[in-house]
Design a protein around this ligand. Structure first.
Ligand code: IDP
Ligand code: MG
Length: 173
């Protein structure tokens, strides 16, 4: 990658981060990387999205627990949500991974997000508060999975206009 080339990375504040009221702390920590936010939203994670996002873990014994975890199932209805963001900047993927810390919260640097706020549950799930894309290929796949082009500021990947066959949409009363 050329030194001044812009990268994009997906960050997800997982349901444990929402439940522990950590969104502010996490965004403050991420500000250390001096990146730009180009997208943000709060959403419920469908089973389809969860399974697609974590498809590389399909054969792992903890797959079902990780799917339940990202959907917020263990925390109750109020916490079945996440905050998803796209950050842009030079070397964004690596910088965010450093601030997030190692996958296993017990091995993560103690001042990283996962080191400071994560834990391993009694079921053995790494409850590590945030997702952060691991490399450019993952980042592009994940950003396209979580966001549509019109939810992101700037044309980050090529997009096209299509005629949508809209049957019903929700509007304010
Ligand atoms: P990453 O989130 O650091 O990229 P991945 O290997 O992609 O790590 O795993 C996705 C998520 O699955 C982790 O963030 C963690 O919540 C969970 N996980 C990964 N490996 C394990 C494990 O060995 N035991 C329990 N949970 C795990
Ligand atoms: Mg990963």
């Amino acid at each position: 990658m050329a030194k001044d080339e812009q990268e994009y990375t997906l960050i997800v504040v997982k349901p444990d981060g929402i439940k522990k009221s950590l969104t502010g702390n996490i965004l403050t920590k991420l500000a250390e990387a001096r990146l730009n936010i180009v997208a943000a939203k709060v959403l419920r994670v469908s089973r389809d999205l969860a399974e697609n996002h974590y498809r590389h873990l399909k054969e792992k014994p903890f797959f079902k627990d990780v799917i339940d975890y990202i959907q917020g199932k263990p925390y109750g209805k109020n916490f079945e949500r996440v905050m998803a963001l796209v950050y842009k900047g030079e070397d964004a993927i690596r910088k965010v991974r450093v601030l997030a810390g190692a996958t296993n919260p017990e091995e993560a640097d103690s001042v990283s997000i996962r080191g400071a706020y994560g834990r391993i549950t009694t079921r053995g799930v790494f409850e590590n508060v945030v997702h952060a894309s691991a490399d450019p290929v993952d980042a592009e796949r994940e950003i396209k999975l979580w966001f549509s082009p019109d939810e992101i500021v700037g044309d980050i990947y090529p997009s096209k206009k299509v005629q949508a066959d809209i049957k019903e949409i929700l509007v304010w009363e």
